[in-house]
Design a protein around this ligand. Sequence first.
Ligand code: PMP
Length: 431
Amino acid sequence: MKARGKMAHSKGENELTPPAPLRIRGEFSRYPRGVGGVNDVSGSALCPSSLDVKRLRQDFPILRQKIYGKPLVYLDNAATTQKPLWVIDVLNQYYSDENANIHRGIHFLSERATQDYEAARGKVQRFIHAKEVCEIVFVRGTTEAINLVAQSFGRTFLKAGDEILISAMEHHSNIVPWQMLCEQMGAKLRVIPINKKGELLLEEYERLLNARTKLVSIVHVSNALGTVNPVQKMIQMAHAKGIPVLVDGAQAVAHLKVDVQVLDADFYVFSGHKIYGPTGIGVLYGKKERLEKMPPYQGGGDMISRVTFEKTLYLDYIRSVGLEAIAVHEKDLVTYGVKLLLSVPTLRLVGEPSDRAGIVSFVFDLVHAHDVGTVLDRAGVALRAGHHCTMPLMDFLGVPATVRASFALYNTRSEIDVMVEALGHVTEIFG
Ligand code: PMP
């Protein structure tokens, strides 16, 4: 749905004037900079990328906070990104002025909401370069998108003895739905192994693709290690044997330019809340010829799961900042972060993929990840300590949990300095 200005009510309650134009970025610089404003990131803070991070940070009101008296350093972006004021304002505006049920009512609000909802679908289509707008299905998130394909595609096309191929670095959301399907259909789940660096073994993958394989479902960017998988090549390899591929893009879309036609993915799925958008919305892209053969996944009003509102302002936001510039910035952060982390005594990186997105995992050999997380929290640094819903991967790597820093467009080198400084105290405290 596109953003609207507040409705002018001066002509009387029932008269609506045309919406004000979309507010542009920069108008949100209402928060003071520096002390008391968005946490100051001056000095060595800024990265040598083309992003004006200092100004972009003004778009994210949450970053103004202090935690235990320290500036908030938010490095848990793989779990969920913070929201720009664009998004926060438009949600508020929607519920204040525009809320109505889509595809149902015949009244003005409902028809307008429907139009906007469909316009949002077009925006997603352009964002991932889908061929047709009908290839975009709105769902609640990545998890639901995968369940939808498992239950609708899987139940229709699988039979006993067939195989589904996933990898050893999948999020539980891309494991459990397939386990359930395999149980229901008498099919078998096979797993592409990885090496200790956290990279998929492509020769093993080639070997596992066979006449029984009915679907490959792989993650584009690993949420635990940051590995960028060669999905385009993997799709080509599967297609050479007539096997369709689903790509879990939850960690990719906010960081890499995704073109589903170039990838030739049969299905591509992602969540709004990891791409600066609201919680509770997500996208299933499916090739038209595939979706057309799939029966409804849920019974009910509109036959597929939908949310009651749809705002894709976050896609406008990302486009306005520029995905390429975001990728360069995050690459700089992760390179800088990895270099600094290697200098922390007794810290060990977990996973060293040659192609890495803005995610880095590490452990201290003698200190539990949760304790490290607590030390960082006290320094105002918010990041994730745990298994990241990738327990099979943790088992393979021989660690119960890792500490994970994950970067977004608003992060800075000086925030990494703060994290590394705090990590320097871990061995003093627990050593
Ligand atoms: N896949 C990956 C790679 C993820 O990182 C996540 C979220 N951590 C998911 C799936 C699940 O996403 P959601 O909870 O938004 O459905």
